[in-house]
Design a protein around this ligand. Structure first.
Ligand SMILES: [Zn+2]
Length: 491
């Protein structure tokens, strides 16, 4: 049998014999077998062959009545030491498969006792192939199509792979099986679409797709294991028009490059990317920045070359519908309750509720305004689509929030209908801290980018470091208070 592991051989005679001490452990293959008749060795019995990359024919050691001791205290860690009588050496094994090591050691014990050779798992004492004793390959760089391994397989031990300028039309499925991959650079290819299975690369920290033909970055990718591992993402020089709302699930992102795309907006919850330090979105089509952009805390920011609009707080986009629909009331109450219970749970005493959407209306202050039309949010297609059942489900969720004082009871498609989840996810927050959904006032204000980043690249050739930021208001009161402050500040 053969055992791949790391080996260092130490002579016990040194330094008196003038021999050098043990070198660093080297990748090796051990084999148990009989030397070919007439071949070196002689003396009969079973021999141990230790082959390394530097010395593939290997060193042979007779085993019969020649093992002084087997040190097996750390066998569970894949380590053991074989002390031979003649020559006086200690063969230290490490990084071996535990099961295989145990079998190998017991076969050596039997060989030492001179057990009949037929009962031992012997193999030929032939030198191993070079690939068996070479250090596992962890890095591979390919920069032209002719070097791309279309027929050979990728070493499964790869941790870094660059395959640029290879004219790849899609991501090679073989790459997606490299589970140790930490860094993947597929820049300058012809990739149009990303497979969801990129999310199976559980160790992936850096992904570069610069200079491809991507038109989107899928929501499923944002919900994959990349959420927990991805720290650097380069999507520059593609054709991406928008990123999904779920993009902000990639919470570990530190570096994000989106230059030279066709982005007309940034994910509106981008402020949730709390680890983000380096952001560049130069030369896109952004007219303004999302409201949550102000929450970022960056080291460097580049928004050069976007067609930013001139902010005008006095020209609001009024989407406020008064009276608010029952749906708007209920959803606002749910979100506000969640955020209050998150920040100060003690302010939310549990209440016993009767079970009916009417109680929801009472709770949220919409009493007396319930009409059939108010059961659906405005603009949601045909009458009654926001049905009674959905509202009851929302009400039940709200009830659980209050009843159990769960600080952040998560909602998902298992708890609420998916369209409700979507609407709740898309809620906007007013300057007063409260939520609004489809009924709000929207305007743009000027933001100095130095308030979110240490180093700011000028946004245009005029030397400006200001950009328009979206602002939402949940009520006329909130907007008029803002307007008062704004008018005073410019007076
Ligand atoms: Zn407000």
């Amino acid at each position: 049998m053969r055992l791949p592991c790391e080996v260092s051989v130490a002579s016990r005679l040194l330094p008196s014999a003038g021999l050098r001490g043990p070198g660093r452990a080297a990748r090796a293959v051990l084999a148990l077998g009989k030397p070919p008749a007439g071949g070196g060795g002689g003396g009969g019995g079973v021999w141990l062959l230790v082959s390394t990359a530097r010395h593939r024919p290997g060193a042979k050691y007779q085993l019969r009545e020649n093992i002084e001791h087997l040190f097996t205290k750390f066998v569970e860690e894949g380590k053991a030491t074989v002390r031979l009588k003649e020559p006086a050496v200690d063969i230290c094994l490490s990084k071996a498969n535990v099961g295989h090591l145990k079998t190998f050691l017991s076969a050596m014990k039997l060989a030492d006792r001179g057990t009949s050779e037929e009962s031992l798992p012997l193999s030929t004492l032939a030198p191993p192939k070079a690939s068996e004793v070479e250090k596992p390959k962890t890095k591979m760089t390919i920069t032209s199509r002719k070097d791309y391994p279309f027929t050979q397989s990728f070493p499964y031990t790869l941790e870094q792979l660059q395959a640029s300028y290879c004219k790849l039309p899609r991501i090679d499925m073989r790459i997606l099986c490299l589970k140790s991959l930490r860094k993947l650079d597929l820049s300058h290819n012809l990739i149009k679409k990303l497979p969801v299975t990129i999310g199976d690369l559980v160790s992936l920290q850096e992904l570069s797709l610069q200079g491809n033909l991507l038109e989107s970055f899928g929501a499923a990718l944002c919900n994959s294991t990349l959420r927990k591992s991805l720290q650097s993402l380069d999507l520059s020089q593609n054709k991406i028009k928008a990123l999904p709302a779920q993009f902000c699930q990639l919470r570990e992102l530190v570096h994000l490059k989106l230059d030279d795309n066709d982005l007309i907006r940034l994910p509106f919850k981008i402020g949730q990317l709390s680890q983000l330090r380096f952001l560049s979105v130069a030369r896109n089509k952004l007219p303004f920045l999302p409201n949550s952009f102000g929450k970022l805390s960056l080291e460097s920011l580049d928004l050069f070359g976007n067609p930013f609009e001139q902010p005008n707080p006095l020209a609001p986009d009024i989407q406020l519908k008064i009276p608010l629909t029952l749906w708007e009331h209920s959803a606002r109450a749910t979100i506000n309750y969640r955020s209050v219970s998150l920040s100060s749970p003690s302010q939310c005493p549990p209440v016993d509720l009767p079970s009916a959407p009417v109680s929801m209306a009472v709770l949220t202050g919409a009493e007396g305004r319930i009409t059939p039309g108010s059961w659906r949010p405005p603009g949601r297609g045909k009458e009654g689509e926001m049905d009674f059942t959905s509202l009851i489900k929302l009400h039940y969720y709200f009830y659980q929030l209050r009843r159990f004082q769960v600080q952040q009871l998560p909602y998902s498609c298992h708890v609420l209908p998916s369209h409700l989840c979507h609407d709740l996810d898309m809620s906007k927050s007013c300057h007063c801290g409260r939520a609004c959904l489809s009924s709000f006032i929207q305007t743009t204000v000027t933001m100095n980018l130095h308030s979110v980043a240490h180093t700011v690249v000028l946004v245009d050739n005029m030397g400006s470091t200001e950009a328009p930021l979206l602002r939402y208001f949940c009520s006329l009161t909130c907007y008029s208070q803002f307007l008062d402050r704004h008018l005073q500040s410019i007076r």
